[in-house]
Design a protein around this ligand. Sequence first.
Ligand code: GLU
Length: 465
Amino acid sequence: MAKKSKKRTVKKSNPHPIKKKTKVRLPKKVKHGRKISTVSVPPKVQSVESAKSSKHNPYEDVLHNFELAAKKLNLNEELAQLIRTPDRELRVELPVMMDDGKLHSIIGYRVQHNNARGPYKGGIRYHQEVDIDEVRALASLMTWKTSIVDIPFGGAKGGVTIDPTKLSMGELERLTRAFTSKIDLIIGPSEDIPAPDVNTNAQTMAWMMDEYSKSHGYSPAVVTGKPIELGGSLGREEATGRGVCIALREAAKTYHLDLKKITVAVQGFGNVGSHTARILEQEMGVKVVAVSDVKGGVYNPRGLHYNNAVNQLKNTGSVIGLKGCVKLSNEELLELKCDVVIPAALGNQLRGDNANNVKAKLIVEAANGPTTVEADEIFASRNIMVIPDIYANAGGVTVSYFEWVQNVQRFRWDYARVMSELEKTMTSSYAAVHRTSEKYKVSMRIGAFILAVERVAKAAKLRGI
Ligand code: GLU
């Protein structure tokens, strides 16, 4: 069990990002006998989006966890400085012709956090709330995630500030092609490899691959999560959800939970949430009592039927209204009386203001960044275990790596091979994270950060800095 961590080391959002710099407190003791107590990190990019001062800043949470890990590792400050912040941040303006003939200017980002262990890797999300700090946080999480599962990639993330549910297929395609051509100069099969994330999918990757191939020749390895017909890997679509289920299974062993007796609530019914719910119910015999989508959720203490939930979503556009279930909000789902909660939607769901209401014993983070530092501290004090995102949802990028390997080798693996390699990676990574958290007497999250940061630091040092 983690001790309740002390005061937060990273200050709150700065309402005037350009005038002041964010101070990050660093470990007092640094090598070479120098003492540095604070260091400046780059000011936030000046943009309308980052001026939302009161908004929770996910990047500060990632930095906070990084500092805790760096301190435990007694990491040399020069090295820490090098791997803490992103290597490169690209902001692009995308002119997109809408179906009504009007030209819209849409903002997108690609943040490349670190490539010490291999090419930058990470998804692209389309969401109306995307801003530079969110993309930075997610890019950084990718660096630690690829390190934990020990695949030869670094970390990056992309985001476009748009609500894609309001766009037609034609508009989505033009937007995706515009974004790809604007980031073309920094992506590539050996440089930076995008993939799907929130509100993007195999079709998005097909357009990206096609657009990139226009100027570089046929390049399937430039993106992962492609359709099977274009070099995608068997099993990639379900990979994140399957990885989450393996994470839950391994955690259940540690915390002595009987999978046949527990109840689970899953927030989110997109790619990750729906595969997670399906595998839990249909393959592992776990009782899933609640699921939700953007509009809200449904609850039945006796268990839902995955197939019925899928049909309800298909027929009505939401799981709400599922027979025999009580309707509930996304917030209420997190506070349900059940054994395990799986946030599988967006970040910032479990916070200081609702963490005390959570009744589950175990949280498995299928989403990226669903738990804030404040919530983590509350969970630690209440003995609620959190299996962190950077391990729990790493199944997706793991199979992305297998896809990339198949593309580079021009050779297709069968489904059984993909699944058995994924199983090995998720199981051995769980053991490594758990071992590290026991060794340093920290939470699973900080154990995961320690393991990840140590590997990235070693690689950066070996390459010469
Ligand atoms: N978007 C997924 C993630 O956050 C997958 C990234 C990838 O496959 O590169 O892990």
